[in-house]
Design a protein. Sequence first.
Length: 365
Amino acid sequence: MSGSRIERVAILTGGGDCPGLNAVIRAFVKTADRFFGWEIVGILDGFEGLFRSDATVSLTSESVRGLLPQGGTILGTSNRGDPFRQRQVVDGEVRVLDRSREAVERLETLGTDALVVVGGDGSLTTGLELHQLGVPVVGVPKTIDNDISATDLTFGFDTAVRTATDAIDKLQSTAASHHRVMILEVMGRHAGWIALEAGLAGGVEVILIPEIPFRLVRIVEHLRERHKSGRNFSLIVVAEGACPMGGAPIVQGQRDPHAPVRLGGVGPWLAAQLGELIDHEVRATVLGHLQRGGSPSPSDRVLATRLGSAAAWLVGHGDFGKMVALRRRQIVPITLAEAVHRRKTVAPFGEDVMTARCLGISFGD
Ligand code: F6P
């Protein structure tokens, strides 16, 4: 990383993909091109790309043309490759290795003067750690879960809520036709924002989120009450991280015990439990990665564009170790140190939950 004059800047996208990543890349490159004239190097497949000599691509205003409405990330992404915690199988055993020095050397070999990390809490933490090793880093927050407290909103969330709301609308007509209870499982590992907002937007009867442990008996009471009053079908939205009081979230079996835990299955589990307890038929739909795919909504495009452009200005001003964030409708820089490891979860007595309760929506508690 050469002195103070910036000539070459690297950018990567890390962690789970998210609608709006391409809009960030496009805005960053276009702003950089117009105002600073840097050479932009895209690192492919997240931090993993720092360990492969073939994993770079040159980005120009020409090459980012048409990216705004595209889902996914043209750079590719990965949950693996964290330079500080690389899992490798050595002699049949999984070992966690610190390869951060190699990552820093790779950036030096590439001749980059700064690194832009577009990612969730994990990738931003890695960005902060690289910054502490002397790499000039700027972060851009992303997650469909909207659970980063340092920013009022993350891009991708609005698109995910739209997809989930659309699914609820569709389930409503089939639920009504068959007089069934329909359960929709949505993403939301530690935070129930997608379930809460889609549940409110779709007008469901029950919303189950990680922040409010539920009791089966309460859900059954609520459904019976509703069905007694003549409403012959019901909709439930459940976040993947929701769990019964005193229980644990349902995880999917995975071969590698050291890999990040994969949640999922609470919807079908709940359907099986409720099916035994109520007269109505119960069906579950797991929305899964449909929530992460596809074209970003207009507001996600705008937010991603504002963040990408602001990231270029931070690099231009040499304001490193920072992340761009949305605060009170303004894009502002905040330090990565104050941004990471601070999760934004749904407040069980917050205004939005209370509004839902006012409308008779049950949280199963
Ligand atoms: O963090 C975003 C998220 O969408 C979580 O809600 C979900 O648990 C996870 O990603 C799924 O990740 P993967 O695609 O790696 O299974």
